[in-house]
Design a protein around this ligand. Structure first.
Ligand SMILES: Cc1cc2nc3c(=O)[nH]c(=O)nc-3n(C[C@H](O)[C@H](O)[C@H](O)COP(=O)(O)OP(=O)(O)OC[C@H]3O[C@@H](n4cnc5c(N)ncnc54)[C@H](O)[C@@H]3O)c2cc1C
Length: 277
């Protein structure tokens, strides 16, 4: 999606092919996925589809054939279909790896072998904000946090990793920022409006906020991250908080025939509970 966004004014046509219903469906959710389709002017999407064949002439791409039968003429094909760790050199060593060949470390980033540490994309580590669940997160911010913890522990300054994952994605100059670990969320509380290009999604699991994603809501995403790193739980009730508005029980209004009825102000985007400064 980011590549498509970058190339939008540099190519005559762009096609995005994805195997899910919507882009970002699993990570950011369907609502934001739908929104990203609207941001991408002049990009054709073939979702719920797959590439089955790439046809070329003289070693150059000419056509991409989809499972649906659609044939797309192309000069360049960029493939982004996941990751695998470059850990073959550790095969046969004493270092313990998980089933996907990522290196398992503890909260001090130590492997099972004394004095051997692992950090960054290659590490599977206990994530404090997710009740120390073993996770693998391929983000710059997390790799940097790992590096710092490894360095401190290497010089015998025992320090536990306690960092909230964070990343951002830029689509046509619009930056969606994400903080937390939303794996397994069951519900999303939305603030703001997609049509205003200003929204905040709060991802809920077991009645707690486990992640946030926002466009033009940066201070709120940071505030959620700060709450998550301190272990100060944000409840679903807090996320849904709507400041109560008092109205008189009876209002007598003298009005002209075309006057409109007073309506309560919209407080659904109230974030006072986050105590933004
Ligand atoms: C296309 C792409 C886009 C991305 N976009 C984002 C983004 O927008 N935001 C974000 O947060 N993250 C993004 N990431 C992820 C981010 O790049 C990684 O999380 C981060 O680089 C991890 O740092 P690292 O040091 O663990 O690994 P790397 O940066 O991969 O560094 C590992 C280094 O080790 C070297 N190496 C490998 N094997 C050996 C060996 N046997 N001996 C010696 N050296 C070796 C490699 O050559 C490499 O230089 C993106 C990744 C990709 C591929």
């Amino acid at each position: 999606m980011e590549v498509a966004s970058y190339l939008i004014d540099k190519s005559s046509s762009i096609t995005v092919i994805g195997s899910s219903d919507l882009p970002y469906q699993n990570t950011l959710g369907r609502e934001i996925g739908k929104f990203t389709l609207t941001v991408k002017r002049n990009v054709k999407f073939y979702m719920n589809d797959n590439v089955t064949e790439v046809k070329g002439v003289d070693g150059k791409v000419k056509e991409v054939v989809l499972k649906s039968g659609k044939v797309i003429p192309a000069d360049v094909l960029i493939v982004g279909v996941g990751i695998f760790p470059n850990s073959q050199f550790l095969q046969g060593s004493k270092i313990t790896m998980d089933s996907k060949h990522f290196v398992i470390v503890d909260k001090y980033m130590r492997t099972n072998v004394p004095d051997v540490f692992c950090a960054g994309d290659l590490a599977t580590f206990p994530l404090a904000m997710a009740k120390n669940r073993l996770v693998n997160i391929g983000h710059w911010q997390m790799a940097q946090a790992h590096g710092r913890i490894v360095a401190l522990n290497m010089i015998n300054k025992a320090t536990e990793l306690n960092s909230v994952p964070f990343y951002w994605t830029v689509l046509l100059g619009k930056t969606i920022r994400y903080a937390g670990y939303g794996e397994g969320y069951t519900e999303i509380v939305m603030k703001g409006k997609f049509e205003d290009r200003k929204f905040l999604a709060l991802y809920i699991k077991d009645d707690e906020v486990i992640a946030a994603a926002g466009l033009n809501y940066d201070p709120a995403v940071s505030a959620v991250a700060e709450r998550l790193v301190t272990g100060n739980v944000i409840t679903k009730a807090e996320a849904q908080y709507v400041q109560s508005v008092c109205f008189p029980l009876l209002t007598v209004v003298l009005r002209t025939p075309d006057a409109v009825s007073p309506s309560p102000p919209d407080r659904s985007d109230d974030l006072s509970w986050l105590q933004l400064s």
